[in-house]
Design a protein around this ligand. Sequence first.
Ligand code: XIL
Length: 373
Amino acid sequence: MKKFLFLSVSALLLAACGSKPKTAEVVEPKLCDAFPDYTVGVAINVNQSNQKDAEGVAIIKQHFNSIVAENCMKCEEIHPEENTYFWDDADRFVEFGEDNNMQIIGHCLIWHSQCAPWFFVDDKGKQVKPEELKQRMKDHITTVMTRYKGRITGYDVVNEAILDDGSYRPSLFYQILGEEFIPWAFQCAMEADPDAELYYNDYSMAQPGKRAGVVELVKKLKARGIRIDAVGLQSHMGMDHPSWEEFEASIKAFIGAGVDVQFTEVDMSALPSVNFGANVSDTEEYRAELNPYAEALPDSVSAVWNERMTTFLGIVDKYAKNVRRVTAWGVTDADSWKNDWPIKGRSDYPLWFDRKGQMKPFLVDRMKKKGLM
Ligand code: XIL
């Protein structure tokens, strides 16, 4: 990105007072300044929170005011065995956010995927009994939230529990506890850190069935006095989905149910879609025709992609009063999980910075419109 010269406030003040500043400070424009109504986040990997990826770290520090851990706070990472927590990576992640004055988001407490296998098995190797699973959930939620009390703004308390048709996902949590596992998780979280924000997070939120299921869930929690502050729409998108009308209808429905919204895992695949969701276990075999831009993204495709991202942000901005955060699911295209999901080994272009660390045109346009470039 080009460097732009700005006079710093102090330089301007000096000038106003009559003494000329000796040098003008070079201030790089910050992406998050183009989004005054909500925070602008990014999912960071351990190479970034451990500061090994210097180029990634520079982009994160320069442009984002919120971070979420891409993997290191998931159960299998942070709590691999019943009596073993692994804190090193999560601690570094939280310190990274604090050192850089960022909002820090916890992802995620209860999720069927990347959950450590011990969670569902008792000491005799049998499926764990409901009361024991409840106790394990409580211990896990309480231990993680207590460690980061006052430091993490909010948590995805439950991730991906509702299917596209609005029914409950038949995860082990559901099989063992039924739908009560969700209120229980929120109840435990609310007690563990009363000041942390609590979120329900899911993909394919534009699906009418899922929308209805999530609205019902929010209402049920609220009717029981269980706090839920926002719904997270993951927003893993493609060139042919979601339908903007349905997406907007979901935003309206969630706000109407009495919660804020946030766009928590934003990416937009530029490749042929083989799957409209983001269910990590739904994978496909590699086929060359599904990897058409192995070398580079053609300008014509890039133009449509940027247009679609502008449309997406336009919808988000319409509801800005109720939007807490928009978070990109990775820093540069090279970091994106989409290169390996749902098909391993493709070259995708789904994020906000390209493989050279350059900001994508839809964001440059926004910066220009806000007078930041
Ligand atoms: C993905 C990560 O990006 C990958 O690195 C990991 O291998 C699998 O999980 N929904 C979520 C995220 O809530 O946690 C997932 O992240 C993507 C789908």
